[in-house]
Design a protein around this ligand. Sequence first.
Ligand SMILES: Cc1cc2nc3c(=O)[nH]c(=O)nc-3n(C[C@H](O)[C@H](O)[C@H](O)COP(=O)(O)OP(=O)(O)OC[C@H]3O[C@@H](n4cnc5c(N)ncnc54)[C@H](O)[C@@H]3O)c2cc1C
Length: 712
Amino acid sequence: MSNLLENFKPGPLDIYRKNASFDWKKLKVFLETEDIIKYQTEGYEVLRNHPDFSEGNSSSKSLDDQRRIAFKQCMAQKSMDIFSINYQIMDLKRTTAATRILFSSNAGATIKFTVGDTLFKSSVMNMGTARHQKYIDDVDEGKIFGAYCLTEIGHGSNARGMRTTATYDKQKKKFVLHSPDFEAAKCWAGGLGQTAMFATVYAQLVIEGEKYGLHAFVVPLRNPNTLLPYPGVIVGDMGEKLGLNGIDNGFVQFNHYEIPRENLLNKVADVTEDGRFLQFNHYEIPRENLLNKVADVTEDGRYVSPIKDPNKRHGAALGSLSAGRVNIACICETLGVKALTIAVRYAAVRRQFGPDGRGEVPILEYQSHQLRLIPYLAAAYVLRNFNTWFSEVFHQFTIETLTGNARPDAPEMGIEIHGVSSASKPMAGWLMKEAIQESREACAGHGYLKAAGLGDIRNEHDANLTYEGENHVLIQQTSNWLLKMWPAVLQRKPISSPLKSIDFLSNGLEILEKSRFSAKSVEEVIRLDSVIKTYQWVICHLLRATHNKVESQIKSGKDAFTAKSDSQVYYAKSLAIAFVQHFMLQRMIATISESTDASLTNVLTKLCSLFGLWAIEKYHLATLYQGGFATGPTAPTLIQDSILRLCAELKNDAVSLVDVIAVPDFLLNSVLGASDGMVYKRLQDSMLQNQYCINRPPWWRDIVKTTLQNKL
Ligand SMILES: Cc1cc2nc3c(=O)[nH]c(=O)nc-3n(C[C@H](O)[C@H](O)[C@H](O)COP(=O)(O)OP(=O)(O)OC[C@H]3O[C@@H](n4cnc5c(N)ncnc54)[C@H](O)[C@@H]3O)c2cc1C
């Protein structure tokens, strides 16, 4: 193990490192495995030594420079074997390891690669057939660059409202793409602004005046040799954004633009040459044409699928579509961990005030500072553990589905993956947004310096809350799924799911009838079984309350849409939040149970308990009283005392805990957070680097002229 991980340089952080209750290297190996640590080391070295990564990616550079650098880095990433899909599927833990490395480096460049390459390809692969293989090959060979165009200027979350049309012209055997006005222009697509040559475009299919709903097409946009748009395509850049400026988000408007009939991605439906619309069950796609094995067609033209029921096929497909959300939860955690690394290391070095005559104390010693940072550190651990597991499960599921080896319960699993990822992405986004902002404030003045790195992390993270499903809209998918369980709960039927996220609902009524807050001491409250018991009651209560709320709204005369909409706040949304927090805690407990080292078990248990209790206090305390789980003042007092106790106990571990999950200094890129703790030396170096730090500004004459004039 000593060869696997290097010791940190001695410095001001040693005081805490020496007082940690566990060996950080042992914890890293336990959580990540030796193989993944080797993979990380290799990945870091590849980036450190690659010439295209030496320019840095500072957001202080001009927009054009940021774009140029991101494009170079994106292409470099594509050429790096270590980050290729083939390399990652050898050990599925590498998927999260790769995300963490690449998004710590240049998030803009990595998103450019993810959207222009992976997302474009997977959309063609998931929705197309063999006639579209050439687009996948061209991307793989680096000949073209793609984009993914769903959002329009006038419609985002409500995809059904999209207004771009694709009208079939029987005579020409072509689709005519048209955007009736600017509001129907596709927008926000990554890579579309300056670089994409093709895009997957969603449009309303129209045949002989009849509408067939939203379908996807592969659309040529720019000539790959000249990068000039084709006639009928008005494509442009959306301009500077709050962050992620390496990626060129763009818009595109179509003016009666013709594309071949074959460009319809025809896995689920097709249009024949003479303009007949065919649904996939009736369409005899040549056997070898299918790009994947969710379904197949036999030589005698029968549609076959291991999954017979169309609703269940939909379930399996839903699972595969969760890739973006599963990945984004990991991106959120990666950026949150960067911010927490900076804030915790700074808190261990920065000293302010102290008892008379005994010098100043590190700000990490203050209870309020501990409460600001350590629960988020606990959240980051719980989230990281969850993301590693969930990503592995998800990729295994996708591989099995794509290779025709879908498990018998693949439909249920697809639906569960969809339900879980629709809440884990928002939860990760919201938690880490707060963690990043709290880290910025915890570093106070120096945290506001660009060189601290926290501003860029904040801006890079921000978009995670919006893309791939705006969080508030997305999380409704989870509560919708959970609400379907209520009838079974009422009938005391056994409930079980492949990932076991909802199995406890089998005892839902019993939990509601019997479970109450009964702890008499902090020791009882911090027990993991007591934390889990509280969550299970909260979920059962909110499930019943949300169901009743929707029903009462309908009884009062509201239509189903409004009734559901008016039951989100305090009900459906809280239900989905509690559900995913509970599942994340369950996964953490499963990991802890595999530890054979008492010191590791101890610190991980504290982190798990702290996250659980802190989240109960922050999100669900009122619910405990509303539903009668708690009465009197004991519950909040004991929960608060437990949170403070756990923060104090984890205080000496905090630096070593960030050492376990931190990226190397060259990726952290912060004057406050480097692993040697030399905060003031780095601050000084960084200030002196500014060319006008101690020189007159080039416009110094204006100052002199103005002040002279004012004197006269
Ligand atoms: C950096 C970035 C990259 C992106 N990349 C792409 C891309 O590559 N391809 C692409 O197609 N799109 C992309 N998008 C667009 C993104 O997917 C959309 O922004 C997102 O789907 C939300 O749509 P919207 O912005 O139109 O918001 P809207 O849907 O208009 O929502 C506005 C607000 O209303 C709220 N709201 C809407 N409906 C409800 C409801 N039913 N209940 C309660 N509240 C509601 C939302 O919570 C939100 O806060 C990107 C966006 C960003 C910021």
